[in-house]
Design a protein around this ligand. Structure first.
Ligand code: PLP
Length: 287
């Protein structure tokens, strides 16, 4: 397996980064997770846009143009002979000294990893996820904006740890007012009486690229989609609940905080949207 690291392709075993890299010391950097289906990179432009915006927000310069980075990603997939892949793009502040001041870092570091996908087991899609809301809150947009996909994912990791301890598959994050925001690394949707709801991102959710694709797909299929704040109660009494994300695609949630969602089985509209999504990703994207 070949990894693109600081300007060249190196073997996986040799792909190591300095302990002085501020990505490691301080979580100072940004990243993206991208998928390729059958050789097509899904929504590459949107992912690159978000990467460059995350970087701009933290005053980090991506050391390549979007065109160059596209070539590097395509080459990483090709070199590893992958068709279906999960691609991780990381830009760290680079190596510096032990002080946290980024001006001590010589140059940003780019890493691109492409791997054959470890898809979630098929049974999970058929069974649906058990999810729990957790005590940790989503960080407020005025503190560290969730739109910045930074290497500092502690907020999300704490939430995942709580979910693990509670013995559920995934966590639901609330904001400091108790509104539902998103999962640990996925967006959340609920369906009630045929209308589809997802939290507005200003509540404290990443504006997921899969989320936006699903909103478009659902509207095309004739559904009304509303970006409206909702609480755990609305989730408990929803007809259907599902999560979206680059890694999970579209996955049903069948239980939240011990409450069965409807009959406790993946919903019809959720399954329909997953099917539509799989159709789109098979025919879309950058070769
Ligand atoms: N929310 C968070 C916190 C994430 O890290 C991710 C994953 O990127 C998502 C939601 C889903 O976003 P996307 O569909 O762009 O992968």
């Amino acid at each position: 397996q070949w990894i693109f690291l600081s300007g060249q392709f190196v073997k996986k075993e040799e792909a190591v980064v300095s302990v002085y890299d501020h990505g490691f010391l301080y979580g100072d950097g940004v990243f993206e997770g991208i998928r390729a289906y059958d050789g097509n990179i899904f929504k590459l432009e949107e992912h690159l846009q978000r990467l460059y915006e995350s970087a701009r927000s933290i005053l980090l310069e991506v050391p390549y143009t979007k065109e160059e980075l596209t070539q590097i990603i395509v080459e990483t997939i090709r070199k590893n002979q992958l068709e279906d892949a999960y691609i991780r793009v990381v830009v760290s502040r680079g190596s510096g000294n032990l002080g946290l001041d980024p001006s001590n870092c010589s140059q940003p570091r780019l890493v691109v990893i492409a791997e054959a996908l470890a898809l979630f087991p098929k049974e999970l899609y058929e069974r649906g996820l058990r999810v729990g809301s957790v005590a940790s809150r989503r960080n407020r947009p005025d503190v560290l904006n969730p739109q910045i996909k930074s290497l500092n994912y502690l907020n999300n990791i704490l939430v995942k740890l709580e979910a693990n301890q509670a013995g559920v598959d995934e966590a639901l994050m609330l904001n400091d007012q108790g509104y539902v925001t998103e999962g640990s690394a996925d967006n959340v949707f609920i369906i009630k009486n045929g209308t589809i709801f997802t939290p507005p991102v200003y509540l404290g959710a990443l504006e997921g690229i899969t989320r936006n694709a699903i909103i478009d797909l659902a509207k095309e299929a004739g559904y009304t989609v509303k970006e409206t704040p909702f609480t755990r109660h609305d989730v408990y009494v929803a007809d259907e609940v599902f999560l979206t994300g680059t890694a999970v695609e579209v996955i049903a949630v069948v239980e939240v905080d011990g409450r069965k969602i409807d009959d406790g089985r993946p919903g019809k509209i959720t399954n329909q949207l997953l099917k539509e999504f799989r159709k789109v990703v098979a025919n879309d994207g950058v070769k």
